[in-house]
Design a protein around this ligand. Structure first.
Ligand code: SD4
Length: 334
């Protein structure tokens, strides 16, 4: 199948998605500061953690580490691990939906305050891909390990191989096989790829991202999530960004790096996320009505932003003792 058809067939069939209705331009949206943005500016205090989607258990774990004086790197790794271990989450770690051949393949990356980073792609049989990515960063001269090499590296570091295809995910795959439509679905409901950004008490920023990628993807397919600059980027002087959604579109615009660079030029995290989404939707022949991309970002002052193409994207934010899911503003208005 050609890439064009792949994108075209990427369905957004979740409840309540409003596509193809009134489009509100980004310039209109830009004038409207979100409640979150305003409140975080006035109350910026540390530590702070944000994550994609509805993942309060994960942000709580990260905050526990930050409150105890832990660093942002440990916080994002431990926070992401909560979701990797959660078998009910079918887009991350154990229980992730498999590719079209029934293989669960994981992508993850991590980046610290020094700009060090590590990543694993097409990793199989290891639940905590984010921790393997951290080992790549800390224990090898490389940034990225793939496939069997990544798995063997993980095993050499003491990770236990296990079957990641749970009964629930196997059943979903078997149901999918009845029609075998090549129609990877982006989960736009409450939970998906987890991307997490944290600022610790010292004001240092780290980030991580982990996913099983698109359900029923082609064997070998890798998305944006493990690609530094696309799925995640951290610049401790400026801020950080992490992405979710159709990875191909994020990669094509080097989305997370773009958001951080826009913040460097003076945009707020909110404005930067909106601008990065507008780069995708305003491409000639963009098929944005049929796919979702969302960004969350934080700057050095602790201001946060989040924005998506479609409704129902959300960010979980733990700040000032409040751990809450916040719905994101979006481009395609109903
Ligand atoms: C990917 N960006 O593999 C991931 C999937 C995702 O919400 O984030 N879905 O393309």
């Amino acid at each position: 199948m050609k890439r064009r058809d792949f994108i075209k067939n990427t369905a957004l069939s979740g409840a309540g998605l409003a596509v193809g209705s009134t489009i509100v331009s980004c310039s209109e949206n830009k004038s409207k500061k979100t409640e979150t943005e305003v409140s975080s500016i006035s109350k910026a205090s540390l530590p702070l953690v944000i994550a994609t989607w509805h993942v309060e258990a994960a942000t709580a774990k990260a905050m526990e580490i930050l409150q105890a004086g832990g660093n942002a790197l440990d916080a994002v790794e431990q926070g992401c691990k909560v979701e990797e271990a959660n078998e009910k989450g079918q887009s991350v770690g154990k229980g992730g939906l498999p590719d079209r051949d029934g293989n669960v393949t994981l992508d993850a990356c991590i980046m610290d305050k020094h700009g060090n980073c590590g990543s694993v792609v097409y990793l199989q049989n290891i639940t905590h891909a984010v921790s393997v990515a951290r080992k790549v960063m800390e224990d090898t001269p490389h940034v990225m390990l793939a496939g069997e090499g990544a798995k063997q590296f993980a095993i050499s570091k003491g990770f236990q191989p296990e079957d990641l295809l749970t009964e629930a995910s196997k059943k979903a795959w078997e149901d999918w096989k009845v029609k075998s439509e090549y129609k990877p679905i982006i989960n736009i409901e409450n939970h998906d790829t987890i991307g997490m950004l944290a600022i610790d008490k010292n004001g240092d920023i780290s980030g991580a991202c982990t996913t099983s990628g698109l359900a029923y993807k082609m064997g070998g397919r890798v998305g944006d999530s493990p690609i530094i600059g696309s799925g995640l980027f951290v610049d401790n002087e400026i801020g950080a960004c992490v992405a979710t959604g159709l990875g191909e579109e994020v990669v094509k615009t080097v989305g997370s790096f773009l958001v951080v660079e826009l913040m460097r030029q003076g945009k707020s995290p909110q404005e930067a996320c909106e601008e990065a989404i507008s780069r995708i939707v305003n491409k000639p022949n963009s098929n944005y009505k049929n796919f979702q991309v969302g960004y969350i970002a934080v700057n050095k002052k602790g201001e946060t932003g989040h924005y998506a193409i479609h409704q129902w994207f959300s960010m979980t934010k733990f700040h000032d003792g409040i751990n809450q899911q916040i719905q994101s503003d979006f481009y395609v208005k109903a």
